[in-house]
Design a protein around this ligand. Structure first.
Ligand code: LLP
Length: 387
């Protein structure tokens, strides 16, 4: 128990208004080093998925490490450029790009639009023509590979709204012949998130080989292959395995991909880069003794971290202030909704009003998904090197 607590500067937390996000910048730096070393072994390109955490300080750190950015809205493209990501390393995905967002990408001269439908392709061609430009595009294919993850974060199946179905690829390629203002530079696929079963990535690599064969039969060769993101993290052991196994992940592609000469390989990891460096720090407002249960009522709620309420996600919860006997608590927030629960029957050291509670592995899809529901303030952020 004590080792865990050593990670957090509780004395410095005393003066701060909870709840807030606390970022371990040393761990982020170490994670980025591993990403760079492991991808660098094979010359792979990594575009950090901004959606996982768009906090400016986090973005600046990732940009300074030399990664590119994967964006899914005009707002994210702006945030990425503001943080120092070069436009030449920005890719832009999303099923519903508005005209102004396409224009923004064209004006900034981003590396590539990941295109999700024929309808979108037509509009990009039109907008580029109006500017006298040619847009670099990758077709996002729906590879029909099962990611074996939560249904709400699976994207690569036929019934999902993402990407172009394999059966329709030919039609899109034919239509493209009449679109002089788009240039096909790549194929993109993303199958889902929080994937811990490497066989899903193996199947994706193999499927990409098949797609390439099909393209070649039509006389098409693309310069870039993009495999999206999705590498999962260990939510149960944030201390023992703080950096995901990027070595195994990239090695799967190295081993299985049949690259054509000169082809470049790209990835868009989000969660695996930032999840473990972020913790939501909260304080206990009340301990309520129910008839059947004990509740630890926190000052953080699903407005600060929505993953448990939205996806039944597990986050490790620790009482940073107590070494007392371990007891079971339902850990809940103050929001007026019964789904505002962080965990049921959680083992916590004996808990009292005012104790600091850590919700671990919250650096990805935490702060960035916060809301102001119930007129609550957005959580602030503090950084280990600035406290
Ligand atoms: N590329 C594309 C096209 C994506 O849609 C995503 C995530 C990523 C990359 C990054 O995936 P990652 O490496 O982070 O798994 N809010 C959910 C996760 C939604 C993921 C959406 N797309 C959660 O809290 O679990």
């Amino acid at each position: 128990m004590y080792i865990l607590k050593g990670k957090f500067p509780i004395e410095k937390f005393e003066a701060l208004q909870t709840p807030f996000y606390y970022y371990d910048m040393k761990l982020l730096g170490e994670t980025l080093e591993v990403v760079k070393t492991e991808s660098g072994k094979y010359g792979y390109h990594v575009h950090y998925a901004v959606k996982a955490n768009a906090n400016p300080r986090i973005l600046q750190t990732i940009a300074a490490a030399g990664l590119g950015a994967d964006c899914v809205s005009g707002g994210e493209v702006r945030a990425a450029l503001d943080a120092g990501f070069p436009a030449g390393k920005v890719v832009f995905a999303g099923v519903g790009k508005a005209d102004w967002e396409i224009d923004l990408g064209l004006d900034a001269d981003i590396f590539c639009f990941n295109v999700e439908s024929l309808a979108e392709l037509e509009i990009i061609n039109e907008r580029a023509a109006a500017k006298g430009k040619t847009a670099r595009i990758a077709l996002r294919i729906n590879p029909e590979v099962d990611a074996h993850t939560h249904a709400k974060i699976t994207t690569g199946l036929k019934e999902n709204k993402f990407g172009i179905n394999l059966g329709l690829l030919g039609k899109v390629l034919d239509a493209m012949k009449q679109m002089p203002h788009v240039r096909l530079i790549g194929i993109h696929a993303h199958i889902g998130s929080q994937i811990t079963d490497m066989s899903a990535f193996r199947n994706l690599a193999i499927r990409m080989n098949e797609i390439q064969d099909e393209l070649e039969a039509r006389g098409i060769q693309v310069e870039n292959l993009n495999f999206g993101g999705g590498l999962g993290i260990d939510y149960y052991h944030p201390n023992h395995l703080p950096i995901p196994a990027f070595d195994n992940y990239f090695a799967v592609f190295k081993k299985l991909l049949q690259l054509r000469p000169g082809q470049q390989v790209h990835f868009e990891p989000g969660r695996s880069v930032v999840a473990q460096c972020g913790t939501l720090i909260s304080r206990v407002l009340y301990v309520k003794e129910g008839e059947a249960k004990k509740f630890a009522i926190l000052d953080a709620g699903f407005t600060d971290l929505i993953r448990p309420a939205m996806y039944d996600a597990y986050h490790r919860i620790e009482n940073l202030s107590s070494d007392g006997e371990v007891e079971l608590y339902d850990v809940v927030g103050p929001i007026c909704e019964s789904s505002d629960v962080f965990g049921k029957d959680v083992e916590l050291n004996e808990t009292h009003r005012g104790d600091f509670i850590a919700l671990r592995s919250a650096g990805a899809y935490g702060e960035v998904m916060a809301s102001q529901y119930n007129c609550r303030a957005l959580p602030k952020a503090y950084y280990s090197d600035q406290l």
